[in-house]
Design a protein. Structure first.
Length: 150
């Protein structure tokens, strides 16, 4: 059980709250059971899983993470709050690797529907667009440099 915000794993995860660190390390935080579950099923790599208080709160996520050899760490509620960007932390946070694709590779597959976000500054708007794209089966989604960090 991690009880200190000075723990090396917590400090490393906490740094990912800054965009520059995410960009340089090519890692990001995944918050919430749904996002973590999807990340554990994706081809990308989940580097660590943090669970609030006890793995018993999310047994299926703990099992899935351990099956993929992902370190699972339990942390006290105050510790979880320092690695969460939300007001009410969801109790589960993972560190994931960026999945980078070259635009040319995506476009060479002749996608039927492509969406480009340019200058979208509101995270809520970007999130709504990303979820809408997933719902309608968008083949490729590009985010310009001036668009909010997903």
């Amino acid at each position: 059980m991690i009880t200190s915000v000075r723990n090396v794993h917590i400090q490393s995860a906490r740094k990912l709250l800054k965009r520059g660190v995410r960009d340089s390390r090519r890692e990001f935080l995944i918050e919430g059971a749904m996002g973590v579950s999807q990340a554990l099923q994706s081809p990308g790599r989940v580097r660590a899983l943090f669970l609030e208080e006890s793995a018993e709160n999310f047994p299926e996520l703990a099992r899935a993470a351990r099956a993929r050899k992902v370190p699972v760490m339990e942390a006290a509620a105050p510790v979880m709050r320092v690695i969460s960007s939300t007001t009410n932390p969801p109790g589960v946070v993972a560190v994931g690797e960026f999945l980078d694709f070259k635009a040319a590779d995506l476009l060479s597959r002749s996608p039927g529907l492509v969406v480009v976000l340019a200058g979208v500054r509101d995270p809520g708007n970007a999130g709504t667009i990303v979820r809408s794209c997933a719902a309608v089966g968008v083949d490729a989604l590009f985010l310009g440099e001036t668009t909010v960090d997903v």
